[in-house]
Design a protein around this ligand. Sequence first.
Ligand SMILES: [Zn+2]
Length: 298
Amino acid sequence: MRPYSGEKLCGRCFCKSIEEKVRATISKYEMLKHDDKIIIGVSGGKDSVTLLHILTKIERDFPKASLSAVTVDEGIRGYRDEALKIAEKNCQKLDVEHVVVSFKEMYGAELDEIVNKTQQKEDNQLTPCSYCGVLRRKTLNTTAREAGANKLATAHNLDDETQTMILNIIHGDPLRIARVKPVLPIIHPKLIQRVKPLCEVLEREVAFYAHLRKIEFHGVPCPYAGAALRNDVRNMLNRMDRRHAGTKYTIFRSMERLRPALEALGKKEELRECKICSEPTVAEICKPCQMLKELHVL
Ligand SMILES: [Zn+2]
Protein backbone atom coordinates (compact mmCIF):
# COMPACT_ATOMS: atom_id res chain seq x y z
CA MET A 1 0.00 0.00 0.00
CA ARG A 2 1.39 3.31 -1.06
CA PRO A 3 0.08 6.77 -0.22
CA TYR A 4 -1.48 8.62 -3.13
CA SER A 5 1.31 10.99 -3.95
CA GLY A 6 -0.47 12.95 -6.62
CA GLU A 7 1.37 11.11 -9.39
CA LYS A 8 0.43 12.37 -12.81
CA LEU A 9 -2.17 9.82 -13.87
CA CYS A 10 -4.91 10.49 -16.37
CA GLY A 11 -8.46 10.03 -15.07
CA ARG A 12 -8.84 6.59 -16.59
CA CYS A 13 -5.51 5.34 -15.19
CA PHE A 14 -6.34 6.80 -11.78
CA CYS A 15 -9.66 4.92 -11.68
CA LYS A 16 -7.94 1.73 -12.82
CA SER A 17 -5.34 2.15 -10.08
CA ILE A 18 -8.08 2.46 -7.44
CA GLU A 19 -9.89 -0.62 -8.80
CA GLU A 20 -6.57 -2.51 -8.73
CA LYS A 21 -6.00 -1.38 -5.16
CA VAL A 22 -9.41 -2.74 -4.14
CA ARG A 23 -8.72 -6.04 -5.93
CA ALA A 24 -5.35 -6.24 -4.17
CA THR A 25 -6.95 -5.52 -0.77
CA ILE A 26 -9.59 -8.22 -1.37
CA SER A 27 -6.96 -10.79 -2.25
CA LYS A 28 -4.43 -9.74 0.44
CA TYR A 29 -6.97 -10.19 3.25
CA GLU A 30 -8.78 -13.07 1.49
CA MET A 31 -12.01 -11.12 1.80
CA LEU A 32 -14.05 -12.81 -0.87
CA LYS A 33 -14.33 -16.21 -2.49
CA HIS A 34 -15.39 -16.97 -6.06
CA ASP A 35 -18.87 -18.15 -5.01
CA ASP A 36 -19.73 -15.70 -2.22
CA LYS A 37 -23.17 -14.21 -1.83
CA ILE A 38 -22.22 -10.62 -1.12
CA ILE A 39 -24.50 -7.92 0.15
CA ILE A 40 -23.24 -4.33 0.27
CA GLY A 41 -24.46 -1.79 2.76
CA VAL A 42 -25.29 1.19 0.56
CA SER A 43 -26.27 4.41 2.31
CA GLY A 44 -26.27 6.46 -0.89
CA GLY A 45 -23.18 8.38 0.21
CA LYS A 46 -19.97 8.68 -1.77
CA ASP A 47 -18.11 5.72 -0.24
CA SER A 48 -20.86 3.12 -0.39
CA VAL A 49 -22.02 4.02 -3.90
CA THR A 50 -18.42 3.93 -5.11
CA LEU A 51 -17.92 0.53 -3.49
CA LEU A 52 -21.09 -0.67 -5.21
CA HIS A 53 -19.71 0.42 -8.60
CA ILE A 54 -16.25 -1.12 -8.03
CA LEU A 55 -17.55 -4.42 -6.63
CA THR A 56 -20.07 -4.76 -9.45
CA LYS A 57 -17.13 -4.52 -11.85
CA ILE A 58 -15.05 -7.05 -9.93
CA GLU A 59 -17.95 -9.44 -9.44
CA ARG A 60 -18.41 -9.74 -13.23
CA ASP A 61 -15.23 -11.84 -13.30
CA PHE A 62 -16.78 -14.36 -10.87
CA PRO A 63 -19.91 -15.88 -12.40
CA LYS A 64 -20.66 -18.00 -9.33
CA ALA A 65 -20.67 -15.00 -6.98
CA SER A 66 -23.70 -12.80 -6.46
CA LEU A 67 -24.10 -9.22 -5.37
CA SER A 68 -27.01 -7.37 -3.80
CA ALA A 69 -27.37 -4.16 -1.78
CA VAL A 70 -29.11 -3.10 1.40
CA THR A 71 -30.00 0.41 2.52
CA VAL A 72 -30.99 1.13 6.08
CA ASP A 73 -33.62 3.83 6.42
CA GLU A 74 -32.91 5.14 9.91
CA GLY A 75 -35.74 7.64 9.75
CA ILE A 76 -33.91 10.98 9.62
CA ARG A 77 -36.28 13.56 8.24
CA GLY A 78 -35.02 15.66 5.36
CA TYR A 79 -31.92 13.54 4.93
CA ARG A 80 -32.52 9.87 4.33
CA ASP A 81 -35.20 10.16 1.63
CA GLU A 82 -32.88 11.75 -0.89
CA ALA A 83 -30.02 9.34 -0.09
CA LEU A 84 -32.41 6.42 -0.47
CA LYS A 85 -33.46 7.57 -3.95
CA ILE A 86 -29.83 7.86 -5.02
CA ALA A 87 -28.98 4.40 -3.65
CA GLU A 88 -31.96 2.99 -5.53
CA LYS A 89 -30.99 4.75 -8.76
CA ASN A 90 -27.43 3.42 -8.63
CA CYS A 91 -28.63 -0.13 -7.97
CA GLN A 92 -31.05 0.05 -10.87
CA LYS A 93 -28.35 1.39 -13.16
CA LEU A 94 -26.00 -1.44 -12.22
CA ASP A 95 -28.78 -4.03 -12.16
CA VAL A 96 -28.14 -4.93 -8.53
CA GLU A 97 -30.98 -6.22 -6.37
CA HIS A 98 -31.74 -3.70 -3.63
CA VAL A 99 -33.40 -4.18 -0.23
CA VAL A 100 -34.50 -1.28 1.97
CA VAL A 101 -35.13 -1.84 5.65
CA SER A 102 -36.14 0.78 8.18
CA PHE A 103 -35.58 1.28 11.91
CA LYS A 104 -39.34 1.77 12.12
CA GLU A 105 -40.04 -1.77 10.90
CA MET A 106 -37.12 -3.28 12.84
CA TYR A 107 -37.52 -1.46 16.15
CA GLY A 108 -40.86 0.33 15.98
CA ALA A 109 -39.23 3.78 16.11
CA GLU A 110 -37.36 6.05 13.74
CA LEU A 111 -34.00 7.56 14.70
CA ASP A 112 -35.65 10.99 15.01
CA GLU A 113 -38.04 9.59 17.63
CA ILE A 114 -35.18 7.84 19.44
CA VAL A 115 -33.15 11.06 19.53
CA ASN A 116 -36.18 12.90 20.89
CA LYS A 117 -36.47 10.38 23.68
CA THR A 118 -32.75 10.62 24.53
CA GLN A 119 -33.10 14.38 24.83
CA GLN A 120 -35.77 13.90 27.48
CA LYS A 121 -33.47 11.59 29.44
CA GLU A 122 -31.45 13.66 31.91
CA ASP A 123 -28.47 11.38 32.41
CA ASN A 124 -28.04 10.49 28.74
CA GLN A 125 -24.43 10.67 27.62
CA LEU A 126 -24.76 8.97 24.27
CA THR A 127 -24.86 10.83 20.97
CA PRO A 128 -27.37 10.09 18.19
CA CYS A 129 -24.46 8.42 16.33
CA SER A 130 -23.97 5.91 19.17
CA TYR A 131 -27.60 4.80 18.91
CA CYS A 132 -27.61 4.84 15.14
CA GLY A 133 -24.34 2.87 14.87
CA VAL A 134 -25.48 0.08 17.19
CA LEU A 135 -28.95 -0.20 15.66
CA ARG A 136 -27.66 -0.01 12.10
CA ARG A 137 -25.11 -2.79 12.67
CA LYS A 138 -27.84 -5.09 13.92
CA THR A 139 -30.17 -4.13 11.05
CA LEU A 140 -27.47 -4.81 8.46
CA ASN A 141 -26.58 -8.17 9.96
CA THR A 142 -30.17 -9.38 10.24
CA THR A 143 -31.03 -8.21 6.72
CA ALA A 144 -27.89 -9.77 5.24
CA ARG A 145 -28.68 -13.07 6.92
CA GLU A 146 -32.31 -13.04 5.83
CA ALA A 147 -31.20 -12.26 2.27
CA GLY A 148 -29.06 -15.41 2.32
CA ALA A 149 -25.75 -13.54 2.07
CA ASN A 150 -22.55 -14.93 3.56
CA LYS A 151 -20.53 -11.70 3.23
CA LEU A 152 -21.52 -8.20 4.21
CA ALA A 153 -19.35 -5.57 2.53
CA THR A 154 -19.20 -2.14 4.07
CA ALA A 155 -17.57 0.94 2.59
CA HIS A 156 -15.25 1.93 5.45
CA ASN A 157 -12.26 3.65 3.90
CA LEU A 158 -8.77 4.20 5.28
CA ASP A 159 -9.84 7.47 6.91
CA ASP A 160 -12.76 5.79 8.72
CA GLU A 161 -10.55 2.99 9.97
CA THR A 162 -7.80 5.25 11.35
CA GLN A 163 -10.41 7.53 12.94
CA THR A 164 -11.95 4.55 14.74
CA MET A 165 -8.55 3.42 15.96
CA ILE A 166 -7.78 6.87 17.41
CA LEU A 167 -11.31 7.11 18.86
CA ASN A 168 -10.76 3.84 20.73
CA ILE A 169 -7.66 5.34 22.32
CA ILE A 170 -9.50 8.55 23.21
CA HIS A 171 -12.30 6.48 24.77
CA GLY A 172 -9.70 4.64 26.85
CA ASP A 173 -10.51 1.34 25.18
CA PRO A 174 -7.31 0.40 23.29
CA LEU A 175 -8.09 -3.33 23.17
CA ARG A 176 -11.02 -2.53 20.91
CA ILE A 177 -8.51 -1.56 18.22
CA ALA A 178 -8.02 -5.29 17.68
CA ARG A 179 -11.61 -5.41 16.45
CA VAL A 180 -11.08 -2.75 13.78
CA LYS A 181 -9.97 -5.03 10.99
CA PRO A 182 -10.44 -5.50 7.25
CA VAL A 183 -12.17 -8.87 7.67
CA LEU A 184 -14.09 -9.73 10.80
CA PRO A 185 -13.83 -13.34 11.93
CA ILE A 186 -16.88 -15.61 11.95
CA ILE A 187 -17.65 -15.92 15.66
CA HIS A 188 -21.30 -16.97 15.59
CA PRO A 189 -23.43 -18.63 12.91
CA LYS A 190 -25.93 -15.77 13.11
CA LEU A 191 -23.27 -13.14 12.43
CA ILE A 192 -22.56 -12.53 8.77
CA GLN A 193 -18.89 -11.99 8.05
CA ARG A 194 -18.10 -8.33 7.45
CA VAL A 195 -15.46 -7.24 4.95
CA LYS A 196 -14.16 -3.78 4.10
CA PRO A 197 -12.76 -3.69 0.56
CA LEU A 198 -12.05 0.08 0.70
CA CYS A 199 -10.04 -0.07 3.94
CA GLU A 200 -6.80 0.84 2.19
CA VAL A 201 -8.25 3.59 0.00
CA LEU A 202 -8.14 7.18 1.24
CA GLU A 203 -11.36 9.11 1.45
CA ARG A 204 -10.05 11.68 -1.02
CA GLU A 205 -9.19 8.91 -3.49
CA VAL A 206 -12.76 7.59 -3.22
CA ALA A 207 -14.07 11.12 -3.79
CA PHE A 208 -11.85 11.59 -6.83
CA TYR A 209 -12.90 8.23 -8.26
CA ALA A 210 -16.58 9.08 -7.81
CA HIS A 211 -16.02 12.45 -9.44
CA LEU A 212 -14.13 11.02 -12.43
CA ARG A 213 -16.64 8.21 -12.97
CA LYS A 214 -19.50 10.72 -12.62
CA ILE A 215 -21.08 8.59 -9.95
CA GLU A 216 -24.19 10.10 -8.45
CA PHE A 217 -24.11 10.13 -4.64
CA HIS A 218 -25.71 11.92 -1.73
CA GLY A 219 -23.23 14.51 -0.56
CA VAL A 220 -25.20 16.08 2.29
CA PRO A 221 -23.78 15.27 5.73
CA CYS A 222 -26.08 13.66 8.28
CA PRO A 223 -27.74 16.35 10.44
CA TYR A 224 -26.70 14.43 13.58
CA ALA A 225 -23.03 14.05 12.60
CA GLY A 226 -22.00 17.40 14.06
CA ALA A 227 -22.35 16.08 17.59
CA ALA A 228 -19.83 13.30 17.09
CA LEU A 229 -16.31 13.32 18.49
CA ARG A 230 -15.35 11.59 15.25
CA ASN A 231 -15.55 14.95 13.47
CA ASP A 232 -12.78 16.39 15.62
CA VAL A 233 -10.63 13.30 15.08
CA ARG A 234 -11.27 13.51 11.32
CA ASN A 235 -10.14 17.15 11.25
CA MET A 236 -7.07 16.37 13.34
CA LEU A 237 -6.02 13.48 11.09
CA ASN A 238 -6.63 15.51 7.93
CA ARG A 239 -4.47 18.32 9.29
CA MET A 240 -1.74 15.85 10.25
CA ASP A 241 -1.88 14.13 6.87
CA ARG A 242 -1.62 17.47 5.05
CA ARG A 243 1.44 18.47 7.04
CA HIS A 244 2.97 14.99 7.27
CA ALA A 245 1.92 12.99 4.22
CA GLY A 246 1.21 9.33 4.89
CA THR A 247 0.18 9.74 8.55
CA LYS A 248 -3.06 7.80 8.03
CA TYR A 249 -1.19 4.93 6.38
CA THR A 250 1.36 4.69 9.14
CA ILE A 251 -1.35 4.67 11.83
CA PHE A 252 -3.18 1.90 9.93
CA ARG A 253 0.03 -0.10 9.48
CA SER A 254 1.08 0.37 13.11
CA MET A 255 -2.25 -0.92 14.32
CA GLU A 256 -1.98 -3.90 11.94
CA ARG A 257 1.33 -4.77 13.58
CA LEU A 258 -0.04 -4.25 17.09
CA ARG A 259 -3.22 -6.24 16.49
CA PRO A 260 -1.89 -9.75 17.25
CA ALA A 261 -0.53 -8.55 20.61
CA LEU A 262 -3.80 -6.76 21.42
CA GLU A 263 -5.80 -9.85 20.44
CA ALA A 264 -3.70 -11.96 22.76
CA LEU A 265 -4.34 -9.50 25.62
CA GLY A 266 -8.09 -9.36 25.12
CA LYS A 267 -10.48 -11.84 26.64
CA LYS A 268 -12.16 -14.25 24.25
CA GLU A 269 -15.83 -13.40 24.51
CA GLU A 270 -18.38 -16.18 24.47
CA LEU A 271 -21.43 -15.23 22.49
CA ARG A 272 -24.92 -16.28 23.48
CA GLU A 273 -28.34 -15.30 22.23
CA CYS A 274 -30.16 -12.21 23.47
CA LYS A 275 -33.08 -13.02 25.74
CA ILE A 276 -35.28 -10.53 23.93
CA CYS A 277 -34.44 -10.80 20.24
CA SER A 278 -32.20 -13.95 20.09
CA GLU A 279 -29.46 -12.14 18.20
CA PRO A 280 -25.88 -12.98 19.25
CA THR A 281 -24.54 -10.97 22.18
CA VAL A 282 -21.93 -11.12 24.95
CA ALA A 283 -24.42 -10.09 27.64
CA GLU A 284 -27.83 -11.46 28.54
CA ILE A 285 -29.49 -8.73 26.53
CA CYS A 286 -27.91 -7.34 23.38
CA LYS A 287 -26.80 -3.70 23.17
CA PRO A 288 -29.59 -2.60 20.78
CA CYS A 289 -32.26 -4.16 23.02
CA GLN A 290 -30.64 -2.58 26.12
CA MET A 291 -30.64 0.85 24.49
CA LEU A 292 -34.24 0.59 23.35
CA LYS A 293 -35.38 -0.72 26.72
CA GLU A 294 -33.78 2.21 28.52
CA LEU A 295 -35.64 4.58 26.23
CA HIS A 296 -38.90 2.62 26.71
CA VAL A 297 -39.09 1.91 23.00
CA LEU A 298 -39.14 -1.84 23.72
ZN1 LIG B 1 -31.65 -8.22 21.62
